[in-house]
Design a protein around this ligand. Structure first.
Ligand SMILES: CC/C=C\C/C=C\C[C@@H](O)/C=C/C=C/C=C\[C@@H](O)CCCC(=O)O
Ligand SMILES: [Zn+2]
Length: 639
């Protein structure tokens, strides 16, 4: 039985003119149904020596009620708050008890209730602390050229509150101004408005410049982003630059040059809503960046592991660019409806693949995605709450719920509508959806209402949508219905995998692997092949693993998608020759997609080596990754 939760509160979308009865996001302590942030000014000095941001924020709120309460409650986490002013005057404020995992509420009490529609500005002076979960601070020794320190943020899902007090929910969007002072170049999630006002350093310290940015498209707090370090830039398209370390710049430029505009054209053919953020740039971060990419507006933050020298991982950029529409322009109103961000983005990313490379590439990507879904569901268990499309996150940490499920089940939800309605009809809905919800946040029920409403006058489509089992879609755990995929690009991978199966399961060495077996394959085809082998990797002998790595260059490839799949086979087969290289890789990359499963496997092979590797690299990992691996290796207690 799949049933809608009994007391699901339906609240209106974040229409600027709407009033909200109750917050629909359970992962914030903010009373955003009483006051809503309209504008945020973030002014910080980046102090590399003390590893803190010091300064403050100025938040302008609009009252959504007729003075129902005088308290404005904001999310904070491990902040050192020293002063709060309301419209320039000293105010009554208090930081409450910490409530894990949501942090401590900052309550600011206004002198009097504020009529509906009126605004008030709260200025908070603060400094981040060493417990900040959003920021990673790197010493010069931890950077590639070892010359300068580096810092960067990762605020999704609920880490912005560890940088500044805010209504830390994707249900609230505000415009932003950034004023960031640093001795090194700075990037933020807005359009640059210049660097100004040099200030000489004292006591032998370096001088600083003020870097300013503005974001006039309202964004939720989790899209606040800042990075500073030895960052250079090069053009990769008419409205795009890539930023990265000076030594890596040419390589990154070569990988990404000319890629963005074809992706833009592809999205335009589907969404038909112009790009809203003016520039689309990529910041290629140090290898400890915990995700493949993060869709920070104007600057996508990306792991260097996508720069594989063969342009085979630029689908991450297609994904992040797609977020400019799904996620950033049209946002899920709470992390419980995260599939609206990631499912739509995965769907658009695959439409790009079809447009640029052909329909069979969309299917290749979906086949790889299905395998990722299988892994996630296997890890959680088929009945687990986090295998639902719409999840219950009350009292939960969204980071714990993160997996391929919202990406892949989300994709399959949308692909199912494409198949149900027919592509031609479905494609008329896509522009309507984005036009309807642009600059707003929505939930799954708004999505359903919008789809039903759009096809209400089309009897055939309306019948199908009314008969559709929406409860099953939203609340059934486990796998969605598996569609038939086009196997044009994977047949050859499956055939070769069958030969390996015979070799390893029947000890039949009449099949001798040679380089030519995979001639002309893309890295994604190797990935499909390796994933097929993973289903019987326990039958591999160490010699088989050795032969696999040697014959196809899987031990030497620079493509980490391939290497990590190869090591997965080696570790599952308990082939000792893969233990040390895995540990070595874990010291070079902090992307959780690779780090978490490889630690899990390495621990099963050699716990001492896994723990030693983690302890040696603890400081290398971003706090989010550090915390997740700690949970994997030592359980909750050492958090
Ligand atoms: C149902 C899931 C509920 C909540 C999850 C919400 C947020 C998850 C939070 O942990 C942050 C995720 C950030 C993701 C950023 C980028 C990803 O697209 C990267 C995907 C993995 C990779 O390629 O490395
Ligand atoms: Zn995404």
């Amino acid at each position: 039985m799949h049933k809608a939760p009994a007391a699901k509160i339906r609240v209106p979308m974040m229409d600027p003119n709407a009033s909200i009865k109750a917050p629909r996001d359970p992962n914030t302590l903010a009373n955003y149904h009483n006051f809503v942030t309209r504008h945020t000014v973030a002014e910080f000095e980046i102090d590399f020596e003390k590893k803190v941001l010091r300064g403050g924020v100025e938040l302008t709120f609009e009252s959504l009620t007729e003075g129902e309460t005088r308290d404005i409650v904001l999310d904070t986490s491990f902040l050192d708050i020293t002063d709060v002013k309301v419209d320039g005057k000293a105010a009554k404020w208090n930081v409450g008890q910490r409530l894990e995992p949501y942090g401590a509420p900052l309550t600011v009490t206004l002198e009097q209730g504020l009529p509906k529609g009126k605004t008030v500005t709260i200025a908070v002076k603060l400094s981040t602390t060493d417990k900040c979960t959003a920021l990673q601070w790197m010493s010069p020794a931890q950077t590639s050229n070892k010359k300068h320190p580096y810092m960067f943020s990762q605020c999704q899902a609920i880490h912005a509150r560890s940088v500044f007090p805010c209504q830390d929910t994707p249900d609230v969007k505000s415009t932003f101004e950034f004023k960031l002072r640093s001795p090194l170049p700075v990037l933020a999630s807005g359009l640059p408005t210049g660097s100004h006002q040099y200030e000489a350093g004292t006591d032998g310290k370096s001088g600083t410049l003020l870097y300013t940015f503005e974001q006039n498209v309202p964004i939720p707090s989790y899209l606040f982003a800042v990075a500073s370090g030895d960052i250079a830039s090069a053009s990769i398209g008419p409205r795009s630059i890539v930023n990265t370390g000076p030594e890596e710049l040419l390589e990154c430029q070569r990988e990404l040059e000319g890629e963005i505009e074809p992706f833009m054209k592809a999205i335009d053919s589907v969404v038909k809503l112009p790009y809203q953020w003016t520039q689309y740039n990529a910041l290629i971060l140090p290898p400890s960046f915990p995700y493949g990419g993060m869709e920070n507006p104007v600057w996508t933050y990306a792991t260097p592991s996508i720069i594989s020298g063969d342009k085979q991982n630029v689908d991450v950029i297609a994904h992040e660019l797609s977020h400019s529409w799904s996620g950033n322009l049209v946002s899920a109103g709470s992390w419980e409806h995260f599939w609206l961000n990631e499912g739509w983005t995965t769907y658009l990313e695959r439409r790009i693949a079809a447009y640029v490379h052909g329909e069979e590439h969309r299917h290749l990507s979906a086949i790889i995605g299905w395998k990722a879904l299988e892994e996630s569901i296997k890890l959680y268990g088929e009945d687990h709450e986090y295998t639902k499309l719409v999840v219950d996150l009350k009292g939960k940490d969204p980071d714990d719920a993160f997996s391929s499920v919202p990406y892949e089940k989300g994709f399959h939800a949308l692909y199912a509508f494409e198949l149900l309605l027919g592509k031609e009809k479905w494609d008329t809905f896509i522009p309507h959806y984005f036009e309807t919800f642009k600059f707003k946040s929505l939930d799954s029920y708004d999505f359903k209402a919008c789809l039903l409403d759009f096809f209400a006058a089309d009897a055939e489509a309306a019948k199908k949508l009314n008969e559709f089992d929406w409860d099953k879609l939203f609340y059934e755990p486990g796998f969605p219905t598996k569609p038939a995929f086009d196997d044009t690009l994977v047949k050859t991978c499956y055939t070769l995998a069958d030969k390996w199966r015979t070799r390893v399961e029947s000890n039949d060495t009449s099949f001798t692997p040679k380089k030519e077996d995979i001639d002309g394959w893309t890295a994604n085809q190797s990935n499909v092949f390796l994933e097929r082998l993973q289903s019987f990797s326990e039958s591999f002998s160490p010699a088989d693993v050795h032969a696999l790595g040697e014959a196809y260059g899987y031990t030497t490839t620079q493509n980490i998608e391939v290497t990590s799949r190869f090591y997965t086979i080696g570790l599952r087969a308990k082939a000792e020759e893969t233990y040390a290289p895995t540990a070595e890789l874990l010291g070079k990359i902090g992307r959780m997609k690779f780090v978490r499963p490889l630690y899990r496997l390495l621990e099963k092979c050699d716990r001492d080596l896994a723990v030693k590797t983690f302890e040696a690299n603890r400081e290398f990992y971003h706090p989010i990754c550090r915390q997740m691996v700690e949970k994997e290796l030592f359980g909750e207690e050492k958090k």
